[in-house]
Design a binder for this molecule. Structure first.
Ligand SMILES: NC(=O)c1ccc[n+]([C@@H]2O[C@H](COP(=O)([O-])OP(=O)(O)OC[C@H]3O[C@@H](n4cnc5c(N)ncnc54)[C@H](O)[C@@H]3O)[C@@H](O)[C@H]2O)c1
Length: 374
């Protein structure tokens, strides 16, 4: 670590989320982070972003070089797919890790990374940035005033990525070593196979590309709001599906279950041309309700909104609160710094990701039950 307690960071994977969110945020947070090494399979992209970053930034196309760099204290893993494989390599090389979601396809992989980090005394944080959304803290306070919680409803409206990112400068070059790309894809396929066995389509793609890739955020949010209450599902559907066939477009997933003693409705909807990404976490209690609207992921400084309706004796109150212009992504990075430099606890642990993975697998089983008996 540098003497001024800035964490020296290696950034691995320089695609959309790096360019749209993490690199701009790291520039704002340059008092606490020093980006010293950048890595992407594309050499042109890596060189260009390092040049634009300025200063003495090392570059490489192999994550192993970042992990072997003695000047790197910690790594930010922003590669596609799951991140347990690179996490394991980084931890073995003695680096603290902040890894984007999805973290792992299986509970065992997530738990094994958590054990490794614990054994080595290293920080391992999962990029569930919604757990750091500042308005979630306010929602937790309001939750305690709603009486007995009866229903939790989570709704996601998901347009295409293009629809969400047309404002983002996204550099891409087609010069990655094809063998390295093929090896990364093959490793990801092997890990998915090991986790799900011979799971039929469309459930395999729904598990990896929808539940793990997007719905994982909803499970982390539920844990963040409701203190890790257990989640279980009794029924789920994706509209129509034929076993053995891939869906023609991402599905609408509807699921019913419980979170703690409350009922749970989870609704994730692919709406390709919807004007914007929508995400609402609503909680209904005996004496009031709250509605937390989360900002779209690719919009810097977007604010969450919290609406609360409550009865105080005979008096009815309605309150709208707007978040501060810091997003969960900013706070996530600050939390990582505090954990690496001062041992502060983190919210988004790999053990939490293991719990989410178990819940996503449970949901997948309910989908199979529904669509194999239709
Ligand atoms: N928290 C969020 O809301 C959020 C939003 C978007 C993406 N993500 C996650 O961020 C990750 C990256 O997503 P993206 O949209 O930026 O993807 P992307 O495909 O745009 O970028 C990934 C980059 O990683 C590089 N890469 C691939 N394999 C590599 C390897 N082994 N070593 C080094 N570089 C490698 C690619 O060349 C590419 O430039 C994904 O895991 C995704 O789930 C999270």
């Amino acid at each position: 670590m540098t003497t001024d307690s800035r964490v020296r960071l290696g950034v691995v994977g320089l695609g959309l989320i790096a360019q749209a969110v993490h690199l701009p945020n790291l520039r704002t947070l340059r008092d606490i982070f020093d980006v010293v090494h950048m890595c992407d399979l594309s050499p042109t992209l890596t060189d260009q972003l390092a040049r634009e970053w300025g200063g003495p930034v090392r570059t490489s196309t192999d994550p192993a070089e970042v992990f072997a760099d003695p000047d790197v204290d910690a790594v930010l893993l922003l590669t596609p797919g799951t991140h347990s494989a690179l996490t394991e390599q980084a931890l073995r090389a003695g680096k603290h890790v902040l890894a984007e979601k999805p973290f792992a396809y299986s509970v065992a992989e997530a738990e094994s990374c958590a054990d490794l980090a614990q054994d080595r005394g290293l920080v391992l944080q999962v990029g569930y940035m919604k757990m750091y959304e500042p308005m979630l803290d306010r929602a937790r306070v309001e939750l305690a005033r709603l009486g007995r919680i009866r229903l939790v409803r989570v709704t996601v409206l998901h347009p295409t990525q293009e629809q969400q990112t047309s404002h983002v400068r996204h550099l891409r070059y087609d010069d990655a070593d094809p063998d390295a790309v093929a090896a990364a894809v093959e490793e990801e396929r092997r890990r998915l196979d090991a986790a799900v066995g011979d799971l039929d389509e469309p459930f395999r793609s729904i598990y990896s590309d929808v539940l793990q890739a997007s719905v994982c955020h909803e499970f982390s949010l539920l844990r963040g709001l409701l203190d890790d209450m257990p989640v279980a599902f009794s029924a789920a559907q994706v509209g129509t599906a034929t076993v053995g066939e891939q869906l023609k477009e991402p599905p609408q997933v509807q699921a019913l279950g419980t979170v703690g003693e409350a009922q749970l409705m989870l609704s994730w909807n692919w709406l390709s041309g919807h004007p914007e990404y929508g995400e609402e976490l609503a909680v209904f209690g005996d004496s009031g309700s709250l509605y937390l609207h989360l900002p779209a992921p690719y919009t810097l400084n977007a604010r969450a909104v919290l609406d609360v309706e409550r009865m105080d004796g005979l008096e009815r109150s309605t309150n709208r609160m707007r978040g501060e212009p810091r997003t969960g992504f900013d706070v996530e990075l600050e939390a990582f710094h505090a954990s690496v430099t001062a041992g502060a606890g983190i919210r988004s642990t790999a053990r939490g990701a293991a719990r989410d993975t178990a819940a996503m697998w449970d949901l997948t089983q309910r989908l199979i039950e529904t669509h194999t008996t239709q």
